[in-house]
Every structure is written in structure tokens, then in C-alpha cells.
Write a new protein. Structure first.
Length: 79
């Protein structure tokens, strides 16, 4: 009888921990690491300097060649 009672309690505990109990919230360390990852990524409105003429333009509008940013095809051809 006691063995059956322990088995029922074990099954109920198993179901509780697997299906019912909520997962813990994201800890502070994980939040900080996510923020650091987001900071490391290049934002689309970041300004970079043209390697040839020196003007600043948005990174989305630039041309990347040999790890250098150029503002136009003309500047790319000059270098």
C-alpha cells in the first residue's frame, strides 16, 4: 500500500515539475550578455568614414571593399 502511495506521489511530482512548474525568469547575467551582443552588432544607422575622400555616410549606403568603406563607386575606382 505504501509503495503504491509513493508511486502516485512520484508520478504527480513528475507531472508537476515537467508540465506545470513555470521556468525561471531570465537571470540578470543573461540579460547583460544579450545587451553586450546587441552592442557589438553594427547598427544600420552607424556612420563610417570614406577611405578615399573622408566624408561620413551611413553604413547601409557605403560600399565595402578590402575591409574599407567607400561612399561611391567613384571613390572606389580612385583607390
Amino acid at each position: 500500500m505504501i509503495l503504491k502511495l509513493l508511486l502516485v506521489i512520484g508520478v504527480i511530482a513528475f507531472i508537476y515539475f515537467i508540465f506545470i512548474k513555470k521556468k525561471p525568469a531570465v537571470t540578470q547575467n543573461k540579460k547583460e550578455s544579450n545587451k553586450r551582443k546587441n552592442r557589438d552588432e553594427v547598427e544600420s544607422n552607424e556612420m563610417v568614414e570614406c577611405a578615399e575622400c573622408g566624408i561620413y555616410c551611413e553604413i547601409d549606403d557605403c560600399i565595402l571593399s578590402n575591409n574599407k568603406y567607400y561612399c561611391s563607386q567613384e571613390c572606389l575606382k580612385k583607390s
